[in-house]
Design a protein. Structure first.
Ligand SMILES: [Zn+2]
Ligand SMILES: [Zn+2]
Length: 875
């Protein structure tokens, strides 16, 4: 298709690697470096004491200078510097910068007047022919830096080369392939050019040709492979005319789903918009030999399409089955040209990025194999690599597939950003902040490490890696899941329960079973939706929240008693079946992220008959919409929220949950939802009653003040006014408005001011005997007054709790009956007596005896501040 051509182009070249670099490679290696930029004086032809002032940042290119360039539109001057008799020619805008403040302008004229003037060669090591050492017009000359007169060395710059082509300038190229000066440049022959800048400058000074020098920091490209500064070099190279396919590539890119989207549109999109032709060849030995053959007689170019074709067209005897296609063997093969001449392979090899981009075809040995089913193998559904690959693999894949197939090689691409340390610094061994991954895997396992990396932030943002976070995931998520799983297997083993062997319709199970199954299906639905758009962070966070909050902290805690029930009735079968379904689904949902843990749970819970050889061959869970009950989820959600508020209220006044309280007061608006679930809330919060109130104001009063640290920067000069507005208004009204609309609006000094919740500080002070916790519309007002009966019950519950501990520590079976003996003061004894049946039932005690004296085996306890000693033995 004529897309391959041999070009002469100035290209970034690594002298150490001996190869030109593609622009996507150059962009990988920019570094800031400080160099000497110099002004040199070039003597105007035939005029003593008059010089062109010329600026350069690459003194080593001066032996190759063949011309000067000026912008014909600009105003130039002849000028003198204080204390210097010489006359300098330069652009007017740069006189002060180059010559100093007190310089004197002798004459002004247009740049066009300089065109055609000649000058003396600055460093005459090489001879230059016609057209050399004259001033030429050029549009690229600017007045941003330098003198407005540009030194032209066509061998070493793109602009220079183009100007040289236009005016037929000679090319002086005294630099060899290793980047060293050739013999003609006698003072520095054999030295790497970039290391001679200082010596060139000294030499110019000794010859009286240096005008001035100054340190300059600029960004310069280095070889990404070997860290050698690149040289810009006129070289022969083979190209693919990718620019001819630019529109198609942009079109193909639009068909790709980028995660995150902005990389595809921004970084990668811009890269495509500004693309240049792909330099395909590399002057190296190892690599894929460039498949271009040239006739030694007529210069015709050709390529071969297969081993077979190579054998047919070769002059030498070639066995297509065994021919070694790499160098040096392939270099011995020649082709017959139509003209009767001999064709030999060009010596270069192919850019390895081309190999990477050819992967989708090469890995299938296409088109020699898989021609029929290639559409099933291509394009890839998903690829994933680092952000730097926008100029590497993402590009090479797209370029080649656009040429060959007219479509992208991948449908979805996820772009990873870097993993940084916990303070956002790049990890480095020298700084000592690098994390050794093997240690983490030893300590927490691959599952927890992977889970953490997904959960902490989306992969396409830089990850701040903190080992404490891995530890947290390990303890909270994996620890909790492990506990739930162990709880299940422990009791299932005791009971000989095998929930895989039976089913109970979800509709016939208890409300809380239906609730957790509903939550599970909502989770599956959300996870699938998030997976569809590759938001894995939301996925793992949702699974995590479900396991910790819904399953462990609520479902298992609330249903524990049912596992302890002595009869294997329908209810017990339901709870087993429900938890079994939940655990199995969590294993399947987690399998892509925590493959080992998921496999263990799956292998142990799945009965042999239905088991696939691994969880990773299971179908990913699909939602059963009929099992989702939004009302139930909302109602239970309210219960969970109120329980959590109630616990927080208890915490605030340091009354533990074991101490029963008389009542809580909640919002009457929630009454309808809450009434059927009151029992649950009462039990969880250990209160005797729930009252409904219209307005919490009689139990709590508010003050609302500006949150100065937040508001200060936003509304500095209005702070006083805001404070006054808040102080003078009705605080509870403000809070109502804030909670319903999300903001408070004022006009202060005739300027509108809007406050959000984070802008204000709300303090509550409760009526004596009450404590309040709120969140939006929900609140729990806890009545903290204690009657004698409540205190006694609290003591009895405390005794029960101690006895349960002792049973556990003594290793009693859950079903073992005990005899309970204790010593305590009268107050505790009265409480135990008042609640004796309750204590006995809860602890499976056949007898509860107070003793005067302790004996061996009695254990000391603190019962809400009362000393007591307790003894338990098997009955
Ligand atoms: Zn290199
Ligand atoms: Zn030929």
């Amino acid at each position: 298709q004529g897309l391959i051509y041999e070009g002469h182009k100035i290209m970034p070249y690594c002298a150490r690697c001996g190869t030109p670099l593609a622009s996507h490679e150059v962009s990988l290696g920019y570094k800031d470096e400080t160099i000497d930029s110099i002004y040199v004086r070039m003597k105007v032809g035939g005029k003593d004491g008059e010089y062109f002032l010329v600026w350069t940042t690459t003194p080593w290119t001066l032996p190759s200078n063949v011309a000067l360039a000026v912008n014909p539109e600009f105003t130039y001057v002849r000028a003198r510097k204080v204390g210097d008799d010489a006359v300098y020619i330069l652009v007017k805008d740069r006189v002060q910068a180059a010559l100093g403040k007190d310089s004197e302008i002798i004459e002004e004229f247009k740049g066009a007047d300089l065109v055609g003037m000649s000058y003396e060669q600055l460093l005459p090591f090489l001879k230059a022919g016609e057209n050399a050492f004259k001033v030429y017009p050029a549009g690229f000359v600017s007045t941003e830096d330098g003198s407005g007169i540009v030194h032209i060395a066509p061998a070493f710059g793109e602009d220079d080369y183009q100007l040289g082509k236009k005016f037929n300038l000679p090319i002086l190229q005294p630099v060899d392939k290793q980047g060293k000066f050739t013999a003609e440049v006698t003072p520095w022959a054999g030295r790497f050019v970039r290391e001679t800048d200082l010596d060139v400058t000294r030499y110019l000074k000794s010859e009286g040709k240096l005008f001035s020098k100054e340190r300059l920091t600029h960004s310069y490209p280095y070889c990404w492979r070997c860290d050698t500064p690149l040289l810009y070099y006129a070289r022969k190279s083979w190209y693919i005319a990718t620019t001819k396919y630019k529109d198609l590539m942009i079109e193909c890119n639009k068909q790709i789903n980028w995660y995150p989207e902005h990389v595809g549109k921004g970084r990668f999109g811009n890269w495509l918009e500004n693309m240049i032709d792909w330099s395909l060849s590399r002057d190296r030995y190892w690599g894929t030999p460039l498949n271009i053959w040239k006739c030694e007689s007529c210069s015709k170019l050709t390529s071969v399409g297969s081993r077979q074709e190579l054998a047919e067209r070769a002059i030498e005897n070639v066995d297509p089955k065994t021919i070694e296609l790499h160098r040096p063997y392939i270099d011995d093969i020649h082709l017959k040209c139509e003209c009767g001449g001999r064709m030999s392979r060009t010596k270069e090899v192919i850019d390895c990025w081309f190999d990477s981009g050819a992967m989708p075809y090469a890995q299938q040995h296409y088109p020699f194999e898989h021609k029929d089913n290639f559409d099933q193998l291509f394009p890839a559904d998903f690829i994933c690599e680092g952000i730097d690959q926008t100029r590497g693999w993402f590009y090479s894949l797209l370029a080649i597939s656009s040429f060959l197939s007219g479509r992208p090689a991948y449908k979805n691409v996820m772009v990873n950003d870097l993993v940084l340390d916990k303070n956002g610094q790049k990890m480095s061994k020298t700084r000592g902040n690098a994390v050794e991954p093997w240690g983490l895997l030893e300590k927490y396992g691959a599952d927890a490490t992977r889970w953490y990396l997904l959960a902490v932030s989306p992969p396409w943002t830089p990850t701040r890696f903190d080992e404490d976070g891995v530890k947290d995931v390990y303890a909270k998520f994996f620890g909790t899941l492990q506990n739930v799983y162990s709880f299940f297997t422990l009791y299932a083993n005791i009971d000989g329960a095998d929930p895989a062997t039976y089913d109970i319709p979800v509709g016939e199970r208890q409300e809380i079973d239906r609730w957790v199954i509903s939550r599970l299906n909502s989770l599956v639905k959300g996870v699938r939706a998030d997976m569809d758009c590759f938001d894995l962070t939301r996925v793992v966070r949702a699974i995590q929240a479900f396991v910790i909050d819904d399953v462990s902290n609520w479902y298992v805690r609330r249903t524990r008693d049912r596992f302890w029930a002595s009869e294997m009735d329908n209810d017990k079968m339901s709870v087993y079946r429900t938890l079994w379904e939940v655990l199995l689904a969590v294993a399947k949902l987690s399998a892509p992220f925590a493959p080992y843990m998921a496999e263990e749970i799956y292998q142990n819970l799945m009965p042999g008959s239905a088991k696939r050889c691994t969880v990773h061959l299971e179908i990913y869970p699909e939602v059963d919409e009929t099992l989702i009950n939004p009302d139930l989820e909302e109602h239970m959600g309210l219960v969970i929220e109120l329980v959590s508020l109630g616990r927080a209220a208890r915490n605030k006044v340091q009354i533990k949950v074991r101490q029963p309280l008389s009542e809580i007061l909640v919002n009457r608006k929630k009454q309808k939802i809450l009434v059927p679930m009151e029992g649950l809330v009462k039990e969880e919060l250990n209160v005797k009653a729930i009252q409904y109130v219209d307005n919490p104001d009689q139990y709590v009063s508010y003050t609302i003040k500006p949150n100065f640290p937040v508001l200060g920067p936003k509304y500095g000069k209005f702070l006083k006014g805001i404070e006054a507005e808040l102080a003078n208004g009705d605080a509870s009204q403000f809070i109502k408005t804030l909670r319903s609309s999300g903001e408070l609006k004022f006009t202060i000094n005739s300027t509108p001011v809007t406050l959000k919740e984070e802008d204000v500080e709300i303090r509550t002070s409760e009526e004596q005997g009450y404590v309040v916790e709120m969140n939006g519309d929900n609140y729990v007002i806890l009545n903290t007054a204690l009657t004698t009966e409540l205190v006694q019950e609290g003591l009895a519950r405390e005794v029960i709790s101690k006895v349960q501990n002792m049973r556990k520590n003594a290793g009693f079976e859950l079903t073992d009956r005990i005899e309970l003996m204790y010593t305590a003061d009268d107050e505790v004894a009265a409480a135990v007596a008042a609640f004796e049946k309750y204590v006995a039932d809860e602890t499976l005690a056949v007898s509860v005896k107070r003793q005067e004296q302790t004996e061996a085996g009695f254990e000391k306890w603190d019962i809400n501040g009362h000393a007591a000693e307790i003894h338990v033995v098997k009955a």
